[in-house]
Each structure stands twice: as C-alpha cells, then as structure tokens.
Design a protein around this ligand. Sequence first.
Ligand code: TYD
Length: 212
Amino acid sequence: MKGLFITFEGNDGSGKSSVIETIKKELIDRGYDVIYSREPGGSRIAEKIRDVILDVNNVGMDPKTESLLYAASRREHIVKTILPALNEGKIVLCDRYLDSSLAYQGFARGIGMDKVYDMNLYATESLLPDLTLLICVSPEIGMNRIKQNQRGSLDRLEIEKMDFHKKVYNGYLEVQKKFPNRIVIVNGEASKEQVKKEALDIVINFIYKQVQ
Ligand code: TYD
C-alpha cells in the first residue's frame, strides 16, 4: 500500500492531540507502520521556525510574514519528514497542516484563503492530505480548556483575543466547505471517549477503503 497522509485540524483547545495519540496507538496495535508529526515544526529547521512564530516577544508580527513563516516551516517539514515517510508506504498522522494556515492566516488574519492556499501549494508542491479530520469545539469552550489545562505559558497565537479565535472557528467551517470530500467534521464537544471513537472509526473506514 502506498503511504497515507492524514491530518488533524481544529481551533485551539479542540482536544485533537489526545485524539491523535489514541489513533496512533490503535493503528500501531493493528500492525500499521505509522509516524506522528506536528506543525509548525516536525523537522529540525522547521522546529526553529516554530520557535520564532510562537514566541510571545514577536507580538505584532506582520500577517504576511507569519503566513510565509508557516509555509516555510511546512516546506521543510514535508521535504525532510513527510514525503520520505509516504514514499516508504507509512501512514503519516499530522497534527495541523495547510488547512490551519487557511483558517488562521487566510481568514482570521484576513489575508484571504485563496492567496494563502496558492502560497501553500507552491510551498508543498501541491501535497494535500488524503484525509483530514476537523475537530470542532466552540471558541469559548476551546479557550476555557486552554486556560484550565495550562501548564506552561500561553504562546503568541493563544494569547490572541476571543474575537480572533471566533474568526478561526468560522474560518475552519469555510475551509471545510471548500474541501467537503477531504475534510470530515468531528464534534469535539462530545465526551472525550465519544470523540476518540468517532475519529478512530472515520480513520479505520478510510484505510479499509484504500485497500479495497
Ligand atoms: P501548537 O502549540 O502546536 O498548538 P496546538 O496544540 O493548538 O496545535 O501551536 C500552534 C499554533 O499555531 C496554533 O495556535 C495554531 C497556529 N497555526 C497557524 O496559525 N497557522 C498554521 O499554519 C499552523 C500549522 C498553526
């Protein structure tokens, strides 16, 4: 089987990280060759760019600079980590990918989805995920969770005002409308167990369809 590229998206506090953890474990238990990665970051240079992007000292970064940095980090990530894994036939589970840029930079920062999409097609040589799970929670619930679970300090995107997080949420819904066949919405406000089960079922069914 050729590799599969599966991404997980959601506004801050959607709970996607623990969902990915569960799916990774289940797939490994079932004998699949799986790697986990995340954005921004996922390779040595991409992680350095991540530090610049999320640094709270960089408040006031120009939106296009921000957008270009995410795209640059993404390019490093696909060239160094994702494409080699896909070429080896692995299943790549990735926490955020280009849909994040469409929602956060395209919509919430107001650059425009089409512009950000074009820039990302250039950066990724049009590598789109095979499947994307969009885990949705209302921005209010998401930000409450972030504050309650806060371990370290909040990053530059998390300290944005509620208005920004609402735009991100609406942005994601628009992105899903643009790619209805690739992006499946999961209700992230259900119980943790339900969310994990629903997400796992979607991924397993998708994998089965590929081998049929
Ligand atoms: P991270 O700590 O990885 O957050 P999370 O656990 O929510 O995934 O921080 C990534 C932040 O960067 C998050 O607020 C979303 C944002 N982001 C963008 O704005 N554009 C992008 O293209 C990506 C990948 C992330």
